[in-house]
Design a protein around this ligand. Structure first.
Ligand SMILES: [Zn+2]
Length: 334
């Protein structure tokens, strides 16, 4: 965590400013590697491996850290007492575990809400934008490995329902393929809107209900796979990804190299195959895992997306399809 990020962070419980204590500092720059953030309300959040962990049970999530610094922490505040939680929270936990695994924005500050292992934030930052990435799951640690060399990427482990940032802090916020996995997507989007400066823009991507047959088949499969152990789902995801890779992505890449055939192949190929041909196999595998393991998937019609975004305080809403499988929606904070 660099000082720049501390200025943007707020306590997710009371919205108060936070003070940082450093246990270990990076030798290369002024970044805090291990430390703790303290709020005047009494809440504390650990900084583990450079990432502030802004969740109510964060100390319980990092027992090794909590043991190592027990003395400097002066005991650990009420982590255990907060573990008596309802079904909603357990569903959130399962959601979190299942994810464990452009020039336009130059000079601006953006938030990637639900950055996963960082495929989008990587590209946004490469375009010269300063980015904050937030994810609920330990996927944030793989984002860190993928973006370690990018100085203008900051990472936080936090919850979209209680985002740990100052109101109006961001010029733009995007959330790609995330809200539809939350138990209450509308509540998630409503929590993101105030983080935008007035006039700041938001972009989301959610699943479409138009791909009816595939969605129905997938939901039938998911009634089984969302109940299986993660190791088994992971193996099944590998098989799904390998089928995609060898039956579609690699043949597509090969066919595109045939002289003059490229445009025809592009016109005929499924959009998802074209998308995956730009990514390494790990992205395909991660998406299969998400497809089979994420406990919740909401699907939307065009009208539903439009209403859902407007009701979150966003105006000038534009919704466009990405094939039959998703919707892009963007707009600005009123
Ligand atoms: Zn507080």
């Amino acid at each position: 965590m660099r000082p720049r990020l501390l200025a943007l962070l707020r306590c997710p419980r009371c919205r108060g400013k936070l003070a940082a204590a450093t246990f270990v500092q990076s030798p290369n720059d002024e970044a805090v590697v291990d430390g703790v953030l303290t709020c005047r309300c009494g809440e504390r959040y650990p900084i583990v491996d450079t990432i502030p962990r802004m969740l109510p049970n964060a100390f319980a999530m990092f027992p090794e850290f909590t043991d190592r610094y027990r003395e400097r922490l002066g005991g650990v505040p009420g982590a255990a007492s907060r573990l008596a939680r309802g079904k909603f929270e357990r569903q959130l936990d399962r959601t979190r575990e299942s994810f464990g695994t452009p020039d336009l924005f130059r000079g601006q500050l953006g938030l990637d809400a639900g950055c996963g292992s960082g495929r989008h934030i990587y590209h946004a930052a490469a375009c010269g934008t300063e980015m904050v990435g937030m994810d609920f799951s330990r996927a944030i640690d793989s984002t860190q490995r993928n973006t370690r060399h990018l100085r203008h990427v900051h990472l936080v482990q936090g919850d979209i329902y209680a985002p740990p940032f100052a109101e109006g802090a961001f010029d733009f916020v995007y959330s790609i393929g995330v809200l539809h996995h939350l138990p209450d997507p509308a509540r998630g989007l409503r929590a993101l809107t105030p983080l935008l400066r007035p006039g700041g823009s938001i972009f989301i991507w959610v699943y479409s209900r138009n791909r009816r047959v595939v969605n129905l088949l997938l939901e039938i499969v998911r009634t089984a796979t969302t109940r299986l152990p993660y190791a088994l789902v992971n193996a099944l995801s590998f098989v799904g990804a390998a089928v995609d890779q060898y039956c579609f992505v690699l043949p597509y890449r090969a066919l595109r190299r045939i002289p003059k055939a490229g445009p025809l192949i592009d016109a005929l190929m499924f959009p998802r195959v074209k998308m995956y041909s730009a990514y390494p196999f790990a992205v395909l595998h991660a998406d299969w895992f998400d497809r089979l393991a994420a406990p919740i998937r909401f699907y939307y019609s065009e009208e539903e997306v439009e209403r859902f975004v407007q009701e979150a305080g966003i105006s000038d809403v534009k919704v466009t399809p990405t094939g039959l499988y998703g919707w892009r929606a963007n707009g600005v904070r009123r």
